[in-house]
Design a protein around this ligand. Structure first.
Ligand SMILES: [Zn+2]
Length: 153
């Protein structure tokens, strides 16, 4: 039984796991999810750029919360419900220093009450579900709680 990413090639695993994005070699625009050569020639997300070559790049593991929400409806695949009936969970959109916003579920044990726009969040890789072939993992955003901050609230 091994843990494997639920989506191949979108993030690395291990203690310093990171999202994998694509960087346009022409204009340096970084975007996520990454382009994969297998899916045909890509195009730059920058409308003013005609670049067609991209390099894989590891994204920053920390960013700031840009927006967040409770997911009241079951998302489409690859989301797999952990409970039946469906239980809402929190989603956070986190802005990375590279200038892009990445949506993700909020880490196990955290909810919207732990989120604040502008606060720091850190990437973690957690188990999404397990089947007969092992655990499937996905990235999530974990709120970063600064020392002493909890006491101020
Ligand atoms: Zn470009």
């Amino acid at each position: 039984m091994t843990a494997t990413p639920a989506i191949e090639g979108w993030f690395t695993t291990g203690p310093e796991s990171a999202l994998v994005g694509s960087r346009c070699t022409t204009c340096e625009t970084v975007f996520f999810p990454p382009l994969h050569q297998a899916s045909g020639p890509g195009f730059c997300r920058n409308p003013a750029c005609a670049g067609e070559e991209f390099a894989e790049t590891r994204l920053s593991r920390r960013g700031t919360v840009w927006s967040y929400t409770d997911a009241q409806y079951q998302p489409p695949p690859p989301y797999v419900p952990r409970s039946d009936p469906y239980e809402p969970f929190a989603l956070a959109a986190v802005e990375l220093p590279e200038g892009l916003v990445v949506l993700g579920q909020v880490a196990e044990g955290y909810g919207v009450a732990d989120l604040r726009v502008g606060a720091e969040a850190e990437l973690v890789v957690e188990t999404l579900y397990a089947d007969e072939s092992g655990e499937r993992t996905v990235w999530r955003w974990k709120p970063v709680v600064e020392m002493g901050e909890e006491a101020d609230q």
